[in-house]
Design a protein around this ligand. Structure first.
Ligand SMILES: [Zn+2]
Length: 377
């Protein structure tokens, strides 16, 4: 891990991030963290959260729980954003030294092709590329056909299975993640990176807690960086039992529907129109009073807010919502383009507005407000 951290530091310097938020988002998105191997992301979150909270815990699955105590008997608000990104693990190495893999999370077959990846081995990171047959040898029919994931392999430059194992240290189960670095686009207005899903949610948590440092809060905040979201919200499930929250707020990358080939029938968020609230996804319907609570705080502070109704998607809010006897929960998002790919885009002012609104909501979640949210007439 030390080698990798060194590389990240170098990458950060190379791109010359001087803005502290850009530096944070670069560290979070550049960190290697496919599902089940969230260690490097957890280290970034430990470093960032330690000065902002009273104590840090982990649960038995690896989620990091940063706790800021409120007054005695204050309601507990759980914030959840997941550390894991889409990735793979090594399934086996072919006799010629190519890597066949098991995917982790919802990859599109087409997104896997001809990209760079990092295989994290016991000897350090190894660069890999997903090979694709040259069109020179293809029939016309073959050229227009998309390759299925079973035919995709990784080339690490090894000459044989033994070379891959002995020299590069690759073993079955080694984690693999996209190799794609954070870049400032459009003169600082937009950011390109891998893993906005859900490093942007982690970034919102860190920045909100930083703004709240030294500011009295009427609630206790349990800021949870969860593991294994992309394979079925597993980390949020166990962390919720450890926290026992009164309110659950999932911080996520939203789904922007503002580029060619996607329509409002599929997603309604747009970059630059503020943070989003999900009114439906395949995992959860939000608590309606909590939705209105966010909307009221946004309107009082003049923060633009968007809504999204998706037929697919799933998020940690669903796990918080249905634990114990039921917990009011919501999914609060930063609109993001091109999720689950090597390169996604967010807009800086959407991020800033999301931080602002989360800060305002936490300031308002006192015992009386939480009691109202939990009450059904
Ligand atoms: Zn996500």
């Amino acid at each position: 891990m030390r080698v990798f951290a060194g590389l990240l530091l170098l990458a950060g310097t190379m791109w010359g991030q001087t803005d502290p938020v850009e530096r944070l988002l670069a560290d979070l998105t550049n960190a290697f963290g496919p599902t089940g191997y969230e260690g490097p992301v957890r280290q970034v979150m430990r470093r960032e959260m330690a000065p902002l909270v009273d104590r840090l815990e982990t649960d038995g699955l690896g989620s990091l729980i940063a706790i800021r105590e409120g007054p005695a008997n204050a309601p507990k608000v759980m914030l959840a954003a997941h550390m894991d990104e889409l990735g793979m693990i090594v399934r086996y190495i072919t006799p010629d030294g190519f890597i066949k893999f098991q995917t982790l999370g919802g990859w599109l077959d087409g997104a896997l092709i001809n990209q760079r990846y990092i295989v994290q081995t016991r000897k350090g990171p190894v660069l890999a590329v997903s090979g694709l047959k040259t069109p020179h040898v293809m029939t016309g029919d073959e050229r227009s056909r998309l390759r299925g994931r079973d035919s995709i392999f990784l080339d690490v430059g090894a000459t044989s299975k033994q070379d891959a194992e002995d020299r590069l240290g690759i073993r079955p189960g080694d984690p693999i993640a996209p190799d794609s670095k954070f870049v400032v686009m459009a003169g600082g207005k937009r950011y390109l990176a891998k893993a906005w899903d859900d490093r942007v949610g982690l970034g919102v948590i860190v920045e909100a807690m930083r703004k709240l440092k030294g500011v009295p809060l009427p609630c206790s905040v349990y800021a949870v960086a969860t593991v294994q979201e992309e394979v079925g919200l597993r980390g949020a499930h166990t962390a919720t039992y450890q926290v026992r929250p009164d309110i659950g707020i999932s911080l996520e990358s939203g789904v922007a529907g503002d580029y060619p080939g996607i329509s409002p029938d599929e997603a309604q968020e747009r970059l630059g129109y503020g943070p989003g609230i999900f009114l439906h996804d395949s995992s959860m319907l939000p608590n309606l009073k909590l939705r209105d609570f966010f909307a009221q705080a946004a309107s009082d502070k003049g923060i633009p807010l968007q809504y999204n109704v998706l037929s697919g998607y799933g998020e940690d809010g669903a796990e918080m919502q249905r634990r114990f006897a039921g917990i009011p929960a919501i999914n609060f998002t930063v609109p993001t383009r091109y999720l689950h790919n090597h390169n996604g885009i967010i807009q800086r002012d959407d991020f800033d507005r999301a931080v602002e609104l989360l800060v305002e909501v936490l300031k308002r979640l006192d015992a009386a407000a939480v009691a109202r949210l939990k009450q059904f007439d």
